[in-house]
Design a protein around this ligand. Structure first.
Ligand code: NAI
Ligand code: MG
Length: 502
């Protein structure tokens, strides 16, 4: 099968103009090239061809940006900005994103490979929503009045309070699977808390970060509150996580790099939140509604071409329903349209990079070698783009590589189970704990299972449903801390206690 090419003639003039512009880092309110003068290639994953180039930054640029963020953090313009003013600023950024939503969606689609209509309806809409949600917080970010007894000072009277203060300069290191949404997940709570940010987007997908940098300037954010530095992880990313001038790193990406970030953070004991990998189970109970569970399990794994941290990549189906459900999912996979992101009828776009395509295909080969049975897919279509056909394996066992490791591609492993205890044990038999879904009509099963599954989110009769109001994050090796929800802002604050002798 041959896959169509992305048709760049269809994009809007504003998108075309942005791609054609010379790109640089946003540091302290100015657009500056990398100190080394180097640039890196941004590739359309649907064609393998270069679409533009951005700065290839290293430690010198990161240092410059951290200085700018520190200056902004200490400036009266940001420090003394009233909460209501900060709220308006954040809402103005959300408004500008909404005004430019089609360009943002096109940039995300060309950069990442995802369907442009999904990029608009899901990625951008949710990113804007997160900014608006977080924009409501600054005026409500309160502390507590405290009633100390101070037993060693029986005759003195004290009054005390505690209040949240911004943690300081935040290094935001984000991945390529949902670039703009991850920007919102980091910048939203950081700005709500009063922090300043150095944002390092993934080298594969820097475009919406640079565009949002422009919009933040247009919105009127003081210089240096948002700095955007593009470059590779082992250079720019490592320099940011090592930097002693950074007070907190907020990271989304691989568990492997999450560990490196923790080590780097030990230098100045910077705060760290981590949103890492997953191998999330989708559990279909004997009473599940097939009309809901079959398309639900399919979109649980195939949404965003499987490049989703909480993808339902392990499907457990009660043995009485196994053939029906798994054949149904395989049938959906067989009929999905593989194509480029600018084609709105595309259901499976390319993997983000050649590296990711090869990685996913290596897992497929490992599955075959370990004796798993391929029900559908397992191949790459004939294309210069980085496509992988949607794939379903059966006859797998819990010790196989394809069952244990995060594949991050459109590859599902499906297993039949016999009873509740067995499926609970299998669902939890993973170092990860990010998401899980339960497909049932029985309310008792819902609560029994939900409480026994060790994962940050449990969905019932749905999967991959995220929202600004819902805390999201991992148990076990899926990460540290929670994003989204009102409490996410606390991860960008220190608690300060003020104790006053009266
Ligand atoms: P990665 O973890 O290497 O990249 C994520 C971000 O970290 C990028 O901005 C990258 O530049 C940066 N980074 C890389 N090395 C770094 C270092 N030493 N210090 C600081 N920052 C660094 O992920 P990669 O290599 O793109 O994908 C590998 C696998 O990671 C995927 O196959 C998938 O399993 C997992 N992954 C999980 C994501 C999630 O949403 N939880 C997102 C992306 C990848
Ligand atoms: Mg990497």
């Amino acid at each position: 099968m041959t896959v169509a090419m992305n048709d760049l003639n269809t994009i809007r003039p504003a998108t075309r103009e942005f791609l054609a512009a010379a790109h640089a880092n946003l540091i302290g309110g100015s657009w500056v090239p990398a100190a080394s003068g180097k640039t890196l290639s941004v590739v359309d994953p649907a064609t393998g061809q270069e679409i533009t180039r951005v700065a290839e930054s290293d430690a010198a640029d990161i240092d410059h940006a951290v200085q700018a963020a520190r200056n902004a953090f200490e400036s009266a313009a940001w420090r003394d900005m009233k909460p209501a003013t900060r709220e308006r600023l954040m809402n103005r950024l959300a408004d500008l994103m909404e005004q430019n939503i089609d360009t943002l969606a096109e940039l995300e689609s060309i950069d990442n490979g995802k369907n442009v209509a999904i990029a608009k309806a899901v990625d951008m809409t949710c990113a804007i929503d997160v900014f608006r949600f977080m924009a409501g917080i600054p005026s409500k970010l309160n502390g507590a009045t405290l009633k100390p007894s101070i037993p060693f000072a029986p005759d003195a009277r004290f009054f005390a309070y505690s209040h949240p203060v911004p943690v300081g300069v935040v290094g935001a290191i984000i991945p390529w699977n949902f670039p703009a949404l991850m920007i919102a997940w980091k910048l939203g709570p950081a700005f709500a808390a009063g922090c300043t940010v150095v944002l390092k987007p993934a080298e594969e997908t820097p475009l919406t970060a640079l565009f949002i940098g422009r919009l933040a300037q247009e919105a009127g954010f003081p210089d240096g509150v948002l700095n955007v530095v593009t470059g590779y992880g082992h250079t720019a990313g490592a320099a940011l996580s090592n930097h002693r001038g950074v007070d907190k790193v907020a990271f989304t990406g691989s568990t492997e790099v999450g560990r490196l970030i923790l080590q780097a953070a030990s230098g100045n004991l910077k705060r760290v939140t981590l949103e890492l990998g997953g191998k999330s189970p989708a559990i279909v109970m004997p009473d599940a509604d097939a009309a809901v569970a079959i398309p639900g399990a399919a979109s649980g794994i195939f949404f965003n071409h499987g490049q989703t941290c909480c993808a339902g990549s392990r499907l457990f189906v009660h043995k009485s329903r196994f053939d029906e459900v798994v054949d149904g999912v395989a049938n959906i996979a067989r009929n999905m349209k593989v194509g480029p992101g600018l084609d709105m009828s595309t259901e499976i776009g390319p993997m983000v990079s050649k590296v990711q395509q090869d990685r996913v295909c290596a897992y497929i080969e490992a599955g075959k070698a370990e004796g798993a049975e391929l029900l559908v897919g397992g191949t790459r279509p004939d294309s210069n783009g980085f496509f992988v056909n949607p794939t379903v394996f059966v006859n797998t066992s819990n010790d196989m590589k394809i069952v244990r490791e995060e594949i991050f591609g459109p590859v599902l492993v499906a297993m039949p189970y016999t009873d509740l205890e067995e499926v609970i044990a299998w669902a939890n038999d993973t170092p990860y704990g990010l998401g899980a879904s339960i497909w049932t009509r029985d309310v008792s099963t819902v609560h029994t299972l939900a409480h026994r599954i060790r994962s940050g989110t449990v969905w019932v009769n749905c999967h991959n449903v995220i929202d600004a109001a819902l805390p999201f994050g991992g148990f076990k090796e899926s990460g540290w801390g929670r994003e989204n929800g009102v409490d996410a802002v606390k991860a960008y604050c220190e608690t300060q206690t003020v104790c006053i002798a009266l």
